[in-house]
Design a protein around this ligand. Structure first.
Ligand code: HXC
Length: 510
């Protein structure tokens, strides 16, 4: 018996060494942790239950039968994050470059199936040279099986991808279908075709980092949701994110202990809006002052900064925030901001996370670039996402809510539950200057008359009361009491049952 136990331990020891000490050292030399070290940091101490540690590939081509590393380049299993169950896979670059064989893919599929059955998130740590070249089509089939599971799991359990090394070719499409992608600066990249192919086909000279590094995907392409300095920070931040999310689409998000008075009054908010309506202010200040303990997990911070998306808590419960940012492009809606916010709204709606919308929007960005690139369809994404969302929706208009953008930004007309406005808000078709120039075109040559018309328009429409008189605004509130009002309102909506008519699925303008 003792011999058997010793053999088990020896086998485990061998498997834990992955591709061997030299390759582990090389991994460390690149500033990267190993698959097992990453899992250890991601999960609660001692909580990891590993599966399939002894699985090996079955390939006999190209001499592969002579190297059969235990685990086949991916570590899989489940554990907990702050006591809540998650399934995890981490590709082990020290074993055949973390490349994906049929058995490697089958290990990932196994934990994805378990995650679906048991209602727990899947976190995938990607660090792989892609399809195992020696296996050919078997590897492609394995990817296909993973892709199909990504699709089935979408909207059922949260799926989070961490890119912590190479992720290239068709392999990128698994992370692409998950809810969030996080990258590590300088050590991760994602692209469909690498720099060499790009050079051959398009004659462009580009480095891997420029083509698909963390900066590219968080600032330009918006493929990734955030980039972190190193593995340790990335893993700690994903733990933080998981705390905001429910385990599956049948559960509510967790209620965490909170140490912040829900009735807290913030007098400084009474002067947040500048006297001059064209002067910007930082909407993040409002978000931080509303949130429990000022804790805000921002999603896509570096992309389309004219809109802010992320998670806060109110009375310990997760709330998704969408807010126009007057500091960037005056908070205008455009293609990028509409796409960014629409995806976020749909994530929150999938997973029963209520939505708080903070509005200061002058309208949609005009111009040929926007029109030629389809602002009509992309803007409609956000409109559609808000209109179909059945989670509790609370809106606060702080200043401008003009035109179509007023309707889009979680207006009453899109089934928002409670819509507040600050006294400084203006709900109108457009600003006074533009409106005057259209209505009083005949007086355009007379600046005095135009100024008077603009003043009349402002007096009549540059306030929240026209909308409030019609019930489109439920209440005009004092800025200082926003946290209290919003927290109480979400509390009153906890049992909301929103519905959509039966359909197979909708046809959101993609
Ligand atoms: C088998 C692979 C591999 C792969 C790397 N290795 N990629 N083995 N299949 N795809 C092995 C290497 O042979 C090497 O083994 C070890 O992993 C480490 O690789 P290195 O090249 O030494 O590392 P590095 O210099 O850091 O370069 C990493 C790399 C490079 C850029 C990822 O390995 C590379 O270009 N690999 C091939 C990438 C590729 O073309 N993949 C197929 C893409 S198509 P030893 O024994 O020497 O340590 C694809 C389609 C998916 O993925 C489609 C889904 C539908």
């Amino acid at each position: 018996m003792k011999d058997i136990l010793t053999e088990l331990e020896n086998r485990r020891k061998g498997a834990r060494l992955g591709g061997g000490q030299a390759r582990i050292d090389a991994q460390h030399g690149r500033g990267k942790l190993t698959a097992r070290e990453r899992i250890e940091l991601l999960l609660d101490e001692g909580s990891f239950e590993e599966f399939d540690m002894f699985v090996t590939h079955r390939c006999t081509d190209f001499g592969m039968e002579k190297q059969k590393p235990a685990g086949d380049g991916v570590v899989t299993g489940w554990g907990t994050i702050n006591g809540r169950q998650v399934y995890v896979f981490a590709q082990d670059f020290t074993v055949l470059g973390g490349s994906v064989s049929a058995t490697h893919a089958a290990k990932i599929c196994k934990i994805m199936d378990m995650a679906m059955q048991n209602g727990a998130p899947v976190i995938g740590i990607n660090d792989s040279g892609g399809a195992r070249i020696q296996e050919g089509v078997d590897s492609l089939a394995g990817y296909g099986e993973v892709f199909q599971r990504n699709i089935m799991a979408s909207g059922v359990v949260p799926q989070i991808s961490m890119i912590m090394g190479p992720c290239a070719g068709g392999a990128v499409y698994s992370p692409a279908m998950t809810d969030f992608i996080f990258m590590v600066k300088d050590s991760s990249y994602m692209f469909v075709t690498g720099p060499d192919v790009v050079k051959t086909v398009t004659n462009e000279l580009v480095t891997a980092e420029e083509l698909g590094g963390a900066s590219t995907h968080t600032k330009k392409s918006s493929v990734a949701d955030a980039a972190f300095e190193n593995d340790v920070e990335a893993l700690a931040e994903v733990r933080r994110l998981v705390d905001f999310l429910p385990l599956n689409n049948r559960q509510k998000p967790p209620v965490r202990p909170f140490f912040d008075d829900p009735e807290r009054i913030e007098e400084s908010l009474d002067t947040l809006i500048p006297q001059n309506p064209n002067q910007p202010y930082d909407m993040k200040e409002l978000i931080l002052k509303i949130a429990d303990e000022g804790d805000f997990f921002e999603i896509q911070e570096d992309f389309a900064k004219n809109i802010i998306t992320g998670f806060i808590r109110l009375e310990g419960r997760s709330v998704g925030v969408v807010a126009n940012q007057p500091m960037v492009l005056a908070g205008v809606l455009d293609i990028d901001s509409a796409r960014k916010a629409a995806r976020f709204v749909r994530f929150c709606d999938c997973f029963d996370i209520p939505l708080l919308t903070l509005v200061d929007v002058p309208g949609f960005l005009p111009g040929t670039t926007q029109e030629y690139n389809g602002v009509i369809k992309h803007g409609a994404k956000l409109l559609f996402a808000y209109g179909e969302a059945t989670v509790p929706k609370v809106t606060v208009i702080t200043r401008k809510a003009y035109g179509g953008a007023y309707v889009v930004m979680a207006s009453k007309h899109l089934r928002a539950d409670i819509n507040y406005a600050w006294p400084t808000s203006e709900v109108a078709v457009m600003g006074a200057k533009g409106a005057t120039e259209i209505i009083h075109r005949a007086d355009l040559g007379d600046p005095e008359k135009i100024a008077k018309h603009a003043k009349d328009y402002e007096d009549r429409f540059a306030n929240p009361f026209v909308a409030a008189e019609r019930g489109f605004i439920d209440e005009v509130i004092q800025p200082r009491s926003t946290r209290k009002r919003v927290a109480r309102t979400f509390a009153s909506l906890r049992n909301k049952q929103g519905q959509m008519p039966w359909k197979k699925h909708d046809n959101i303008p993609l």
